[in-house]
Unconditional design. Structure first.
Length: 616
């Protein structure tokens, strides 16, 4: 350990002596080591050290300095330090001259016996002494193996030289703290990597498995649940495509397998389907034949099932025209409540490049009818065969009762998720206790061309949730004010965690504000505030940044989401502080602002938002 920064008369070799540590000291150190083995966060570590380590050292405060996600340094401090210190020194740049940062960066140890020694190291350390009132400081590197993982800061209110025994005890204590810090940092890195993977998968799901669009004359609802408690995306897929000719295709498919290869196959198969379907006039059977050939040629080894339905407009409403590739049959509930299983034989799976054409089938779809497409995970269990499961699902559909597509979908989801018997058994026999397979359930209800789609259907209550989160209100604003005097506009952009994202965010907000008819002063304020919020997201975030800017007749709302779920803290105003100014600007210039954590697919992020009122 380097002794750089030792004040005169306090370097090794000093004649100052102290009594050897007694047995009680070693018992306290052992208790500290045991407590450190149980902590799970840096804050808990500082709390345990404050409770057990500070008394052993006869000290008055402590802190731990570790690398921040932006490359600088972050401080976890004991509660004995004031908010003024937190405001000035909570985050430090990588090249900070503070001895605590130098200890973490360069492996130097500093024993500063009095304010003069602090001033000799660097004027900013003298500032620390003045802000805290602590006259004496020890700052030691925390080394785990060959790596310095941070530093330990210990402070005293009274000045005084450090004895050999004090230095040695401090080094012993630091040696216990270092592996704990290394463990916590490693765990945090693993957690962030997992969270990023979950967010990425969630964004992929949101982009691929979207809520169904509005289709005139029908209601649509969908529920998608991947297998396993921690899964985000699986091998099931669905799509609703209104083709260039104006007809609508509804498809549900299932890629064989449950691993990442199935997820990749799902994305590829759905993309190929959309590509060949949108501008084609082919019927369902021909489209599945073309998809089969493409999957076999472009994705060798991938096999999948699918059922494809075309909604055809007739004088009496709609007709169904469908084909299947080894998929569970569609279920049709007629207006009288009876349910038909639209079995179609055994046409082969996708991916086998079947040489014979698949068969196509037709059925009326009168107003009030309900069509249900599912994957086998909805009804199959280890103890229930496919045939029995389809019959049980048909019975559940018959018993689902009246309602719109969303209500029926929700009832079938509850049926699929709860313990239940297959058809023809007593309630105590069949079981459904685990999510063994992906489950996709798509409901289409014919409601007549003159009806308007219910809000719940458009919202997609059973559709996959978005990975991010909204601010204080809806992300998408209403279509305009009652007087029509101001345009309503929303823009959503994804930004990389790089400095160049700040001017992009400013330009987007400026465009939205000007389109919404905001005056120059409001536009300038919005640009200033979004610069601060996005810059903070670039520095402290863990992922790409999602920004939504929306203008309504009443307010301009900007929301910025990043992958760091730590909520910002508004600290007391301090003109000399190096951090916290962005929130002070929000507090001063915005009409309202806030921050909240968002749970997206089990991985947390945060949204910081602000709004400007038009009548300010």
């Amino acid at each position: 350990m380097s002794t750089a920064g030792f004040p005169a008369g306090d370097r090794p070799g000093s004649t100052a002596q102290a009594a050897p540590p007694g047995e009680g000291v070693w018992q306290a150190v052992a208790q500290l080591a045991l407590a450190l083995s149980e902590v799970t966060t840096l804050e808990e570590l500082v709390g345990s050290f404050t409770r057990l380590g500070v008394p052993v050292l006869s000290a008055d405060g402590c802190g731990v300095i570790t690398a921040a996600h932006d490359g600088g340094w972050q401080l976890a401090l004991s509660t004995s330090f004031t908010s003024a210190l937190r405001a000035r020194f909570l985050y430090e740049p990588r090249d900070s001259p503070l001895p605590a940062c130098r200890a973490a960066r360069d492996g130097e140890a500093f024993f500063l016996a009095d304010p003069a020694a602090a001033r000799a190291v660097h004027p900013r350390m003298q500032e620390v002494v003045e802000v805290t009132g602590r006259q004496r400081w020890a700052l030691l590197p925390l080394t785990a193996g060959s790596e310095t993982v941070g530093s330990l800061a210990v402070s005293w209110e009274r000045a005084g030289a450090f004895t050999h025994e004090e230095r040695w005890l401090l080094q012993v204590v630091a040696a216990h703290v270092a592996p704990t810090v290394e463990r916590l940092l490693r765990t945090d890195a693993e957690h962030r990597a997992h969270a990023l993977a979950v967010l990425t998968a969630g964004a992929l799901q949101d982009g691929v498995l979207q809520a169904p669009p509005d289709v005139e004359g029908v209601e649509l609802a969908v529920s998608y649940r991947p297998a396993g408690p921690n899964a985000v995306i699986g091998g099931d897929w669905y799509d609703v495509v209104t083709r260039r000719a104006g007809d609508t295709l509804v498809v549900v498919g299932d890629i064989a397998g449950h691993d990442r290869h199935a997820s990749a196959g799902m994305v590829q198969t759905r993309a190929v389907f959309r590509g060949i379907a949108w501008d084609s006039s082919d019927g369902p059977a021909r489209l599945l034949d073309r998809l089969d050939a493409a999957v076999a040629a472009l994705q060798p080894g991938t096999t999948a099932t699918a059922v494809l339905v075309r909604l055809e407009r007739t004088g009496a409403g709609f007709g169904l025209r469908w084909a299947s590739a080894g998929h569970p049959p569609p279920l049709l509930r007629l207006p009288d409540g009876s349910v038909e299983v639209l079995a179609d034989g055994e046409d082969p799976l996708l991916g086998v490049d079947w040489s014979s054409p698949r068969r196509e089938h037709r059925h009326p779809f009168p107003e009030g009818s309900v069509l249900v497409l599912v994957t086998d995970g909805v009804f199959e269990t280890r103890d229930v065969s496919a045939g029995a499961g389809v019959r049980a699902l048909a019975a559940a559909l018959a018993e689902a009762g009246p309602g719109d597509a969303e209500e029926i979908c929700s009832r079938l989801v509850r049926w699929s998720s709860t313990t239940r018997p297959p058809a023809g058994t007593s309630p105590r026999e069949g079981t459904r206790t685990a999510l063994d397979d992906d489950r996709t359930l798509l409901v289409v209800r014919a409601r007549g061309a003159e009806a308007s789609p219910p809000a719940a259907s458009r919202a997609g209550a059973s559709a996959p949730p978005r990975a991010g989160g909204a601010g204080p209100g809806p992300v998408a604003p209403p279509a305009g004010g009652s007087d029509g005097s101001a345009a309503a506009v929303t823009r959503v952009v994804s930004l990389p965690p790089e400095a160049r994202s700040t001017p992009v965010a400013r330009s987007v907000v400026r465009s939205v504000a000007l389109t919404g008819g905001w005056d120059g002063d409001a536009v300038d304020v919005a640009e200033l505030l979004v610069s601060e919020v996005v810059t903070n997201a670039v520095i402290h975030g863990r992922s790409d940044i999602r920004m939504c800017a929306s203008s309504t007749p009443d307010r301009l709302l900007v929301e910025v989401e990043d992958g760091n779920d730590r909520l910002p803290e508004l600290l007391p105003a301090d003109s000399e502080a190096l951090s916290g100014r962005g929130l002070q600007l929000l507090e001063f210039a915005a009409d309202d602002w806030g921050a909240r954590r968002v749970d997206g697919h089990g991985a947390f992020s945060k949204v910081v938002w602000f709004s400007i009122d038009r009548d300010r």
